[in-house]
Design a protein. Structure first.
Lengths: 129, 129, 129, 129
DNA sequence: GTGGTCTAGACCACC
DNA sequence: GTGGTCTAGACCACA
């Protein structure tokens, strides 16, 4: 399982994003222990300092806390996670709409394109299964 | 007009994307001359080296060509631009869908959320006008 | 009673300081038995190893002695305690003066600021009572 | 000029404190450029990453900002610096008072001790000059 | 030249 | 075992 990172963005931020997504999908629940720095480093095939920096960013955002000598844990404060979910959803939507408008799409175009793309992707998946 | 760039991604790539979008929206037509490096540097408020690098990337992708002593021009080959349009559209769609799925959204969720977001944005714009 | 420690300094040294202060205030007299490691660990809400390390440091400095099978005791040698009192007082004074000078305070400023701060703190305490 | 750091506190935090003090004493004025990371690393005889981390902390606190490819600068916002000055002054005062009370000093004792200490220090300096 | 990121490897404090 | 700090050295984006 080779981890692939975008060359043009800091690895530690991409790791932050992935862990956020895992938390929001419920793979890590509030209060859960995150993987040890050294384990995560092996899993992502990066240096432990890079994981440490990603965890620092999560802590800075209030998404995680560390307990001395025990590990790093997802915050138990659900409201922080709700806020995070809302913020990420908004960012993704706005970026997408902005990008599609840059290409000259109207609102109706955007929805239509998305629908047909999802349908064609669906049928591909059905074929594969 | 302050230009805003994402701190965590190379500026020259962000400029490449914006120029591509301008071309695809028809603001620059096939064969048109792109702004001189020095002018674009002033417009984007960045160092001229950064613009130069962005133009190099456009040339590498076949989207622009330089004619010595005259400047940098959008390619006259419409097929390249069509290909570009298709590729960017695909990237934007795939990134968006991937991100929303990371948050736990199903295909139906994604379309619904997008629709309601566009509607609420619309009504806001109507109020403003 | 939640014990609060400075995150950026070893806990065992902070505990050493607190125990020294207790001794110098007379809460533990020369020859008195210090709390058992396990009790102190509960009181400070830290791991017993941390207390053990703090006691080792006290012993190293000659402030405490262990009698095998009996426990750890404050030294009966008053001169050691006098020396300790003098040393801590000097350290606190010098650190404080150095810090205030770093902020640009003159000697007169320091005394004046301290006086007014103590007065305002006093009046607050009176109000509360 | 050998730089000396307290073994028991992270070097990067001690550097943060020193730079803060320099700013508050007016050695760096609002908007001034701080030394380049590499220069500061040589001056403090530490690794450049350590300086980088110290600067990150200054940035996090709003005391400094960095301009891409140009350097790191003291914030031009005087109010942030005023707030910083007030906060450091309060911390130093409270720590000192708390420590002296731990040794059994009353408010009057503290002031008296400080005054006599400053006087004796003064006369020493006079002798030296 | 200036800051930002990453790796490899070491040592320490705490549980 | 867990996180925190530090060094040495490398490469990159930007001005």
């Amino acid at each position: 399982m080779e981890e692939i990172f975008d060359e043009n963005q800091p690895i530690y931020l991409q790791i932050v994003q992935r862990i956020c997504a895992q938390i929001l999908r419920g793979e890590f629940k509030p209060g859960d222990k995150l993987p040890a720095v050294i384990d995560a480093a092996m899993r992502f095939k990066v240096n432990h300092n890079t994981i440490h920096r990603a965890y620092l960013e999560l802590i800075r955002q209030g998404i995680a806390v560390t307990r001395r000598g025990e590990g790093t844990f997802v915050t138990a404060d659900q409201s922080v996670l709700d806020e995070l979910h809302h913020r990420m959803r908004k960012t993704f939507l706005e970026d997408f709409i902005r990008q599609m408008r840059q290409l000259g799409f109207t609102n109706a175009d955007i929805i239509e394109t998305l629908q047909s793309y999802l349908q064609s992707a669906n049928s591909k998946e059905e074929k594969q299964s």
